[in-house]
Design a protein around this ligand. Structure first.
Ligand code: PLP
Ligand code: CA
Length: 307
């Protein structure tokens, strides 16, 4: 297996690296920020890349926020952005449903397991949905629920798909509704399949672990609309008309970001060491993916611009 090229501190190599690409797909958590803290030098590095004529697109698996909410987050962290350059897994799911599955305009609803970001993106694509943050689903299951779900009287007749994302209020009632819709033939989708996500210097259950019980119940895997899935890459390519050979995926996680870039046949992948994965992970015999390049941190790309 080829070793990744280490770019930190090597200005000539960094220059050459930047010249190879027109578009940088940038993972967010672990690259741009961690939680609500932006990494030092990142806003300047993004401006530097833009000043070199590069297009930057932010690609995040976090489905809890819509693009509009991400714009607010970027602004709060001192980073220029607009909704058109943000590609989150909630948005990716909404456009897959409206434009690929074409559930809308056939009044088919989506049963949502997830948070408000998913709902906002479904609304932006005029896709009707139930579940999600509706308080009617954020409660314990009752004997009446068991009866009504089993005989269908509590189910909606026109649910065309079940979409699972990170849901901080996941419960037995939601899973029971989702199971019945899937048993009736609804398409099974997941915003992303991250087993965990990093938070407060530790890991918490990710969206993939929320949808997994349904995959077990149905003995079926969902179509995943986040990294490293093909559907997300196709959607990004369609939206930005990018030349994959001149596009580089930048990320901190081998099994999502770097795999996404490799399986998406991009011209390059760059790992940063400010997040989940470390060199030992790609040096391991069973490494899930090996990046083409790596730096200690994103701002290493812009550092030589000042010096
Ligand atoms: N999913 C959730 C809920 C998260 O909070 C995060 C990171 O904060 C992620 C996924 C991973 O996001 P990214 O793809 O930006 O690393
Ligand atoms: Ca990440």
């Amino acid at each position: 297996m080829t070793k990744p090229q280490y770019l930190t501190g090597d200005n000539a190599a960094i220059n050459e690296f930047i010249d190879r690409f027109d578009v940088f797909l940038l993972d967010c958590d672990g690259v741009i920020w961690t939680g609500d803290h932006v990494f030092d030098g990142v806003p300047e590095t993004l401006e530097f890349l833009r000043s070199r004529g590069k297009k930057v697109v932010f690609v995040t698996n976090n489905s809890t926020k819509s693009r509009q909410e991400y714009v607010k987050k970027f602004t709060g962290l001192g980073i220029q952005s607009n909704a058109e350059e943000i590609f989150g897994s909630a948005y990716s799911s909404a456009i897959y449903i409206s434009r690929i599955l074409k559930l809308h305009p056939f009044k088919n609803k989506v049963f949502v397991i997830g948070e408000a970001g998913i709902e906002e993106e479904l609304r932006s694509e005029n896709v009707p949905f139930i579940g999600g943050t509706d308080p009617a689903f954020r409660r314990d299951i009752t004997p009446e629920d068991f009866e009504g779900i089993a005989d269908g009287s509590l189910l909606e007749p026109d649910v065309g798909c079940v979409l699972t994302g990170l849901d901080f209020h996941i419960n037995y009632l939601k899973l029971s509704h989702a199971l019945q819709y899937l048993r009736r033939g609804a398409v099974f989708l997941a915003t992303n399949t991250d087993s965990t996500f990093p938070m407060a210097h530790n890991f918490f259950p990710g969206a993939g672990s929320i949808g997994k019980p349904l995959a077990y119940m149905m003995n079926q895997q969902p179509v995943a609309l986040g990294k490293p899935g093909k559907a997300m890459m196709d959607a990004i390519e369609g939206k930005f008309e990018l030349d994959r050979a001149r596009t580089c995926m930048v990320g901190d996680r081998l099994n999502t970001d770097i795999k996404f870039g490799i399986e998406g046949k991009l011209g390059g992948t760059l790992a940063v060491l400010t997040g989940v994965s470390k060199p030992a992970d790609w040096e391991a015999k069973d490494a899930v993916a090996v990046p083409a390049f790596y730096v200690d941190k994103l701002s290493d790309l812009g550092a030589f611009a000042q010096g």
